[in-house]
Design a protein around this ligand. Structure first.
Ligand code: IMP
Ligand code: MG
Length: 189
């Protein structure tokens, strides 16, 4: 069955190029080298493509949180893995797959502040602006979503599967039923 395409591989490549050059322009005069921080696991695909389009020396680091439960945001955010690089007095760019209610990003910003960075920027492939419950500004955004679709692919998961799909699609009830069947079969094996 044909998927409801949200971003094709080509569109993703264009977005990474555009955001990479915006970030380069913004950060190139930083006193100290900036740190690009990928939020695991959702932003991993995006992070890899994005950093390859940043044309200056940077550090990279990773942080892992857990908040989502299937297809709805729980609002309860938990730190799974902290930063391992010392970000003190450096500009930090937090890279996410999607900012939805904003609970996760708001937690991340507060948490990263404890590491005393010079400045924090937020970069997200998607901004589900209409679903926001707490005020979070996305400084570098790939695509603003109008609707409240549940997205799968390119890092975005449904109960941890689908992250490896190279494009992003909006899940229909048929897609969800198909994925539920795959997950149920896996559980029974
Ligand atoms: P928030 O805390 O509601 O802003 O949710 C952010 C996190 O939930 C993101 O980092 C994603 O991992 C996950 N998420 C939000 N919307 C979607 C979606 O449509 N598909 C898959 N994951 C999502
Ligand atoms: Mg995520």
């Amino acid at each position: 069955m044909k998927k409801r395409m949200i971003l094709t591989e080509e569109q993703i490549a264009d977005i990474c190029k555009k955001l990479g050059s915006e970030i380069t322009k913004t950060l190139q005069n930083s006193a100290k080298l900036p740190v690009i921080v990928g939020v695991m696991k959702g932003s991993m695909n995006f992070m890899m493509d994005l950093v390859r389009n940043i044309d200056m020396p940077i550090y990279t680091d990773y942080i892992q949180i857990s908040s989502y439960n299937g297809t709805s945001s729980s609002g309860k955010v938990r730190l799974v893995k902290d930063l391992s690089f010392d970000c003190q007095d450096r500009t930090v760019v937090i890279v996410e797959d999607i900012v939805d209610t904003g609970y996760s990003m708001s937690y991340l910003i507060d948490h990263v502040k404890n590491h005393h960075p010079a400045k924090i920027y937020v970069c997200s492939l998607f901004d589900k602006a209409c679903a926001r419950k707490v005020d979070v500004k996305v400084d570098f955004v790939g695509k603003v979503l109008e609707g409240n679709d549940f997205l799968i692919g390119y890092g975005l998961d449904y109960y941890e599967i689908g992250r490896n799909i190279p494009y992003v699609y909006g899940a229909t009830p048929e897609d969800v039923a198909e994925l539920d069947a795959i997950l149920a079969k896996d559980q029974n094996n």
